[in-house]
Unconditional design. Sequence first.
Lengths: 264, 256
Amino acid sequence: MQLEERTASIDIENVNHLFPGGVRAVSDATLRIHAGEFLSIVGPSGCGKTTLLNLIAGLIELRDGRISVAGGSPRAGRHEVAYMLARDCLYPWRTALENVMMAGEFRGVPKATRMKRAKELLGHVGLAEFEDHYPKALSHGMRQRVALARTFSLDSPVMLMDEPFGALDAQTKLQLEDVLLDLWNAEKRTVLFITHDLNEAVTMSDRVVVMSPRPGRIIADISIPLPRPRSVRALQKDPHYHEIYSNVWSRLEEGLNQEGRHAP
Amino acid sequence: MNPETRRNSPTVLILQIVSLVLFLLLWEWAAKTRAVDPLFIGQPSKIFAYLYQSVFVDQVLLKEAVWTLSETAAAFVLGSVAGIAFGLLFVLYEPIERFLDPPFSALNSLPRIALAPLFLLWFGLGPISKIALGFSLTFFIVLNNTVAGARSVDSDWIILARMLGAGKAKIFFKVTLISAVPTIFSGLRLGLIYALLGVIGGEIIASQYGLGQLLSLLANTFETNGVFAVLFFLAALGVTLSKLMSAIEAYLLRWR
């Protein structure tokens, strides 16, 4: 089956989430993410963006509202959904290659197939020579590259990423953003990318959605008209990018100010 | 310089050898001049003579060691297998742990050597009573480490495995269990030494064979040199077993 033919959108309608103790994490979120779209959610820490992601992932039980992911309801472990965290979460007892092969192993992909795919992906992320290294012998950035390869090793049409580069230094982060964009360009999947870094969101996404501080509400939904394919590093010097960035920034401030006026 | 190289630096090694030799010489002198009665402390030259005789000539020590080691091996293997099995059962089905906790805690708090008379009554003077005693020590150590190891698994590893589509069984065997291996291993290393302790203890109390029985026989006949010889031999045996476990561990856990 071709990737493009699948229904790979995420539909979120009137989703609310209260944590035990009455803390409202997500407030009336409605959002539609199209198949093959790269969408980022930005917002200050604690605004509920991770909660929203985990609701979509099926890691938190949805109680109020409706979510549809790739034509089904959220459930952890669905083949249609890949997931990546800020922590690399590599298994230390497995080599880089074995870690990338892990995803397919859990899903019963034949060994030869997953080995071929894993080697290919490690090549793409620039770690072909580090296949047999254990995670302890890899740097932070390299470990996150392995995690990227692992995330892409499944042909899930939807990818959920929770600040995957949040723990990296600025240089490594730019490199890995480009690695991700390259992988994504090759096989446009739906990406929902959580970050608190507006620069990262604008350079990578087709659309940026801004969430307010708790209770998390969607306060802006902005299209990023930068041409593809992009290079995150080249964009840093592009005046057109800076124009868009400041535009998004003022929309964000506007949204936050309006929120301030609405707040009791 | 890391602690490992510092510990093995030649200066320290030379100092260790020199002080050992000095200590033995002092001991030899004290025994020879009867500054201390050799009945209590033996005499190094005679201890080594006994060691030589009983290892290379009549091989008494080796023959008894075969008994002790086979009993230890049996106690260790049975205790470890049962300890790991119960540990995993406890982690998988917590109600079983809650149900068994009172009797297990009570048994674990009991000085195990106190069970020796009962085991002798049940299993006789032969190897089985020694194996039972060693088992009773190894079992609880390995059990506790298995439970602790499996419980301390990183929760993000589990979440990731779930998201990657792993079922409960795969998560358990491919993540939880493997992540517990280092902790289980430190339990096994300790468990082996305690298996030896249980077996020797059992042999000292009542036995026909084994190093413990030999030790007790020699002490009762005031063969102090023999007693020390057996102790040296046991110390060497313990160190060897420990090193062996460490080597296996270093190989299996080379990813650490």
